[in-house]
Design a protein around this ligand. Sequence first.
Ligand code: ADP
Ligand code: MG
Length: 243
Amino acid sequence: MIETEGLTRHFQAGEETVRALTDVTVSVAPGEFVAAMGPSGSGKSTFLNLIGCLDRPTRGRYRLMGEEVEALSADRLAELRSRRIGFVFQSFNLLQRADALANVELPLVYRGLRRGARRDRAAMALAAVGLGDRLRHRPSQLSGGQQQRVAIARAIVGSPDLLLADEPTGALDTRTGLSIVSIVQVLNRAGMGVLMVTHDAEVARFATRVLRFRDGRLVGDERQEAADAAAMLAALPPQDQAA
Ligand code: ADP
Ligand code: MG
């Protein structure tokens, strides 16, 4: 699903060259749950943005779902991105004036789906993340964990093959973060590929594979037995369950 070869992204900042990512060669198969780890500034977000085609490499090759990204027209790339990839960020990035349903519906507007069909699919996506009873709430009326669940619903409403998440639990307390990872794990088990950036080893335990970055280089690539997030959540004392 993802194949990179010598993927490199350097930024020119005045006289200085910032080597954000250098020579990353990696392949990810459909349906994997990959955690990208590393300290702050190690190139994780730069890697994720390249994988999501939000940025272009300085050099190196990238094939996404069998397509050479560099060779795609802007239109074809935009279509590939909107149909096959879902994005989730640390800061939720929801429209504050719109309710949950309208936020989740938004990606479908660009697909020319009729209003009724959009609403139905958005409601289903919200139900899938446990927010079937919060369709009309605005972000300000929801907790941080609930807002991130709306963001996940928005990311998955178009049934992408790949979910990209940059520190999705970064703004949440440990328990709420666990509930978010649990949702991601359920989606992955249903077949969705996941690439999740995190600097938190506790969160990376739920992935089936861990990539480690340091100073813009890929320095580790290990498969692991994933811990079960739902089981860990269920084992928490009831009064401490995430909102
Ligand atoms: P991480 O997500 O692991 O914290 P990043 O990928 O965001 O790291 O950044 C890697 C390095 O590249 C950092 O030194 C960062 O300051 C630099 N960097 C990232 N984006 C830019 C940019 N647009 N311009 C200049 N430098 C950047
Ligand atoms: Mg980052």
